[in-house]
Design a protein around this ligand. Structure first.
Ligand SMILES: Nc1ncnc2c1ncn2[C@@H]1O[C@H](COP(=O)(O)OP(=O)(O)OP(=O)(O)O)[C@@H](O)[C@H]1O
Ligand SMILES: [Mg+2]
Length: 248
């Protein structure tokens, strides 16, 4: 919901890390801003907007890297797609039905900083939500807001929405500042079981990588502090998914 929390950065790097762990993964851009599409300078007729609008019959995904497929959002066409969703009788379930034929076991969706028909459709489709947060005051309140929106939505769907918040990831922090330390303590106290222990600090390499159309693991051959921090976080996320799956 909140802008600039490193949703896109986390989505790109997590998807890339999974592909490097030799698992097939599909990355979907659902944001009208189309930041992943812009980063990798790839667009395609088979995009999310055209799928929602019923214009695509065969899914043909682009390959961003080995084992990493990509479905762009369609940019501006997402406005039409969103409006279509709000008028269709399927409302919150359309995307889930449309994407049901996808073969990929792992699908990662980058979301827009908004709460709308698209977000609700995505919540009906996914198993897990990861909430990224920047350690400033508005980041904390944005985290609080999205957690209660998800809870309210799930309650309104009377058990039909199976999405669980997998965890809260600190994606940009300056741990030397008092504000960052206070916010981090606040997050740990409020959501002790959800906050990931591996935290991403402010890093120039993380900011630079997209400018070179690279994920953090390929940028400078992965020999950066940013790559090390993202590797730790991605591993922790993957371990938590495996643990959750085992307990189901
Ligand atoms: N740890 C970090 N250190 C430095 N810069 C970062 C870090 N993480 C993300 N950034 C930068 O912060 C900016 C916002 O990140 P990003 O686009 O991933 O956020 P977002 O939540 O997807 O934004 P939006 O809400 O607009 O979609 C980008 O310029 C990104 O490169
Ligand atoms: Mg984004």
């Amino acid at each position: 919901m909140k802008g600039g929390q490193a949703k896109t950065t986390l989505a790109i790097n997590f998807a890339s890390r999974i592909a490097k762990a030799r698992r097939e993964v599909l990355l979907i851009d659902s944001d009208i801003q189309a930041n992943i599409t812009t980063t990798f300078q790839r667009d395609h007729f088979c995009n999310l907007a055209n799928i929602i609008l019923g214009k695509v019959s065969n899914f043909e995904f682009m390959q961003l890297a080995e084992r990493l497929s990509f479905l762009p959002s369609g940019g501006q066409a997402m406005v039409e797609a969103s409006s279509y969703l709000s008028h269709t009788q399927f409302k919150d379930d359309l995307l889930k039905n449309l994407l049901s034929t996808i073969n990929h076991n792992i699908v990662i969706i980058d979301t827009a900083p908004s709460w709308n028909e698209i977000s609700r459709n995505i919540l009906m489709y996914v198993d897990f939500v990861i909430v990224p947060v920047v350690t400033d005051y508005l980041g904390y309140s944005g985290c609080d807001q999205i957690m209660s929106y998800i809870e309210d939505f799930k309650e309104s769907k009377l058990g039909e929405c199976k999405a669980e918040v997998l965890g809260i990831a600190v994606t940009r922090s300056q741990p030397r500042t008092r504000l960052a330390r206070t916010i981090t303590t606040g997050l740990k106290e409020r959501w002790p079981d959800l906050i990931f222990k591996s935290m991403i600090e402010e890093s120039v390499s993380i900011q630079e990588a997209p400018a070179f159309q690279k994920n953090i693991f390929d940028y400078k051959n992965g020999c950066t502090r940013g790559a090390g921090m993202y590797d730790q976080l991605c591993r922790e996320i993957m371990r938590r998914i495996v643990k959750q799956r085992k307990s189901e």
